[in-house]
Design a protein around this ligand. Structure first.
Ligand code: GP9
Ligand code: MN
Length: 732
């Protein structure tokens, strides 16, 4: 095509439109690659990334194609172009400050968690940002100086409609391509980074806007009387503390270890005669641990985040999507960190080696009242240190010490591991267990990553003992949800001594057991308990152990140690388990045999009907509570609503250090107890990633020693003393 032809094309309405689409596409891709950390890898993901700005740009810019008169048509297209550019530019600036994308609530200033853009945000603008806006000036110039002429002919209506239709088709194609690579991308909404990576900023913003509008509508119609049923139910569900257990862990630090995708069947399991998780087994079977053999995960699509929701708020995740992602930014919570802080003076922190925006944690934790959140940005995340979901577990525990030792005691600290996550891949250097041989690589490697996690937890425990934290802590360990999906269970069955031909929904539900262990050093009455319960029950159980009553809180779970605890485990899909029966839809299974009960006695039938009713009722009440954000109307006595604005996680480390300084000799951190010295030397790990650095350190140390010796010698032989100072200064 010759230059004149191109020029003539740009002088047409459609040509100008195509030019805008092209430049906008170009600058969006520029921004994707230069500013955002979207974690794009592989040909397919790059392909989707390159495509994703097209649909929405064509769709938006095509609106101007319907205007017949030239001047308004061109003005309209430039306005749309400028508005979309503004969104792009603000997204870049916001991302730089918060490593996240702006939601509709942030844009309109309704967000209680994020302040949005401020003048300080604009001070971090870079010269390259000029590239995002300079095209507008150039385009205006070209139009004003008639280098591009306004085309007086309106675009045939058919062509405009065809363009819009193309855009809609392309949008569908784009969503499909995204879903292929990330199933349930839209329904689960893991992370805003993922939505932008697959669907682009515009689609993300529109999607977020629709969700926000839906949420706001549900909320605005709610009022405090909607709470009545919930208060009545939770009061009835309340289980009074067991006197023998109440307060046995009073004032102890609470360390929660979240075992990623860890199922109960791994406990005490031997693969080819070798224990997969010897350390966790020793805890599970030991006298210092209350272990639960019939504890179930109750998560929905929000997986890890649902487990967190239940563990920290004793309310359920949502029937669809993740509560963290959909409601977590704006909801009011009465969650573990805030309760423990206000009622028992606990400080709090989360340690997790993934980016803060995953599952919207950066916002949710503020509403939970977490004082500190150490996410990937606080750790050395060079590629050798990472698995797909973040820092390898041995490194997470080891590298957290630097921060953990500065927390004021008692503390509530949660460690979220990631190495044992589907597809269960760990590099060769960390493979110290022989995998299984089912032919399904994710099942086979599950044992390898679980073994790695077991070692990581052991190393951490050893450190806790050596550093002097152990005796003063209660360590809560739990598996968040299944690692092996129902569809893969058939392949796993033979390893469990079962047959894949007789495998049923009963077995699938039984497989939802996850470990739950409460390890209290010094206790001698620990044992394996058969009480049926689930993740929803953890918070009231823990609160009672540290001597805090739960009567005033709207909790859907109840204390597992209480004689009032009802052993009725509700799954998120309304299936349920009791000590005698497992119910999946309309099918009743007898526990133990797995036999289907086709003709239950009238008594059993009535009991199960009542149980089913209760399960559905309690799930729906929890959904009402969260969807309508009803806790904003309910302030328990002695509780002050959380102000998320109090927390800025970027400064977590600095805040700890400043507090340490301010408290001087009254500081209750481990660091202070250790004579204001780090305790990291008490951590031994065999993590190969740290070996080189250890070696480097050792080399530096010996070089220092050598230099000192030499300097001393020199000094002794009365040569110039300053050279020794020079040497030690350079070596430092
Ligand atoms: C990521 C991790 C995984 O940060 O918590 O979440 P999951 O995929 O298990 O829900
Ligand atoms: Mn998980």
């Amino acid at each position: 095509m010759s230059w004149t032809k191109i020029k003539n094309f740009f002088n047409t309405r459609f040509g100008f439109f195509a030019l805008l689409v092209f430049i906008f596409w170009l600058k969006t891709i520029f921004v994707y690659l230069s500013d955002f950390h979207l974690g794009v890898s592989g040909f397919y993901q790059y392909f989707v990334l390159l495509l994703n700005p097209i649909a929405t740009t064509v769709l938006l810019f095509s609106l101007a194609l319907y205007i017949r008169r030239p001047l308004p048509a061109y003005i309209c297209s430039l306005l749309i172009y400028t508005a979309n550019t503004a969104l792009l530019l603000f997204s870049v600036i916001y991302y730089r400050e918060f490593t996240d994308f702006m939601t509709i609530n942030v844009i309109f200033g309704y967000s209680s968690v994020s302040q949005g853009l401020s003048s300080s945000s604009f001070s971090i603008m870079k010269p390259q940002d000029f590239l995002i806006i300079v095209d507008i000036i150039i385009l205006l110039g070209l139009l004003l100086f008639k280098k591009i002429k306004l085309d007086p002919r309106p675009l045939p209506r058919k062509q405009a409609v065809a363009t819009t239709s193309f855009a809609l088709f392309f949008l569908l194609l784009n969503i499909t391509l995204g879903e292929i690579d990330r199933p349930q991308l839209l329904s689960r909404t893991f992370d805003r980074n993922y939505l932008v990576k697959y669907l682009g900023i515009d689609t993300f913003t529109v999607y977020d806007g629709l969700k926000t509008a839906k949420n706001n509508q549900t909320r605005s119609s709610a009022n405090s009387s909607d709470l009545d049923k919930i208060v009545a139910y939770t009061q009835k569900n309340y289980a009074k503390p067991n006197a023998a257990m109440f307060g046995i862990a009073k004032n102890k630090n609470i360390i929660v270890i979240h075992l990623e995708s860890f199922q109960q069947f791994l406990i005490n399991y031997k693969l080819n005669g070798k224990e997969v998780t010897p350390f966790l087994n020793s805890l599970y079977n030991g006298k210092e641990t209350y272990s639960f053999a019939n504890f179930f995960n109750e998560v929905g699509q929000g997986k890890t985040s649902d487990a967190e929701t239940m563990l920290e708020t004793s309310t359920f995740g949502l029937p669809q999507g993740s509560l963290f992602s959909t409601l977590g930014t704006d909801n009011t919570f009465e969650a573990a960190p805030a309760i423990l802080n206000q009622q028992a003076g606990y400080s709090s922190a989360v340690f997790h080696g993934n980016i803060a925006s995953f599952w919207n944690r950066d916002n949710v934790y503020k509403n939970f009242g977490y004082q500190n959140f150490f996410d990937a940005s606080f750790f050395n995340t060079n590629s050798n240190n990472l698995t797909e979901y973040g820092l390898k577990d041995k490194l997470l525990f080891h590298d957290s010490v630097k921060y953990l030792e500065h927390l004021q005691q008692p503390f509530y600290a949660k460690f979220i591991t990631v190495s044992n996550h589907f597809p269960f891949v760990i590099d060769k250097q960390n493979t110290t267990f022989t995998k299984a041989d089912t032919g399904d690589s994710s099942i086979d490697n599950y044992f390898v990553t679980a073994h790695y996690l077991d070692q990581a937890v052991k190393e951490f425990f050893d450190y806790l003992k050596k550093a002097g934290l152990y005796n003063n802590s209660m360590i809560v360990i739990y598996g968040d949800h299944y690692g092996i999906s129902n569809s893969r269970n058939l392949k796993l069955a033979p390893l469990l001594g079962k047959s894949s031909t007789t495998w049923s929904d009963y077995d699938n539900i039984q497989m939802q057991r996850v470990p739950f262990m409460i390890h209290i050093p010094g206790t001698t009455s620990g044992k394996v308990l058969n009480t049926y319960g689930g993740e929803i029950d953890v918070l009231p159980t823990i609160m009672h152990l540290v001597g805090l009553d739960t009567k005033n809180y709207l909790f859907f779970g109840s204390d597992l140690f209480s004689s009032d605890h009802k052993q009725l485990v509700a799954m998120r899909n309304e299936n349920y388990v009791t000590p005698t029966y497992t119910v999946a839809g309309n099918t009743i299974y007898e526990n133990g045999t797995g036999n289907v009960i086709t003709h239950p006695s009238a008594e059993v039938k009535a009991k199960l009907e009542a149980d089913q009713k209760e399960v559905s009722y309690k799930l729906s009440l929890s959904d009402d509570l969260n969807n309508q954000n009803l806790l904003r109307f309910y302030v328990p006595t002695g509780f002050t609503p959380v102000n998320p604005g109090n927390y800025t996680y970027k400064n977590s480390y600095l805040n700890l250090l400043n507090l340490e300084k301010a408290l001087k000799t009254t500081s209750k951190s481990l660091w202070a107890q250790n004579g204001q010295k780090t305790t990291i030397d008490k951590y031994s790990t065999d993590a190969p990633e740290l070996k080189t650095t250890d070696q480097d350190k050792a080399n530096v140390e010996s070089a220092k020693k050598k230099a000192k010796k030499q300097a001393a010698k020199k000094q002794a032989s009365s040569t110039n003393a300053s050279s020794s100072a020079n040497i030690s200064a350079t070596i430092k």
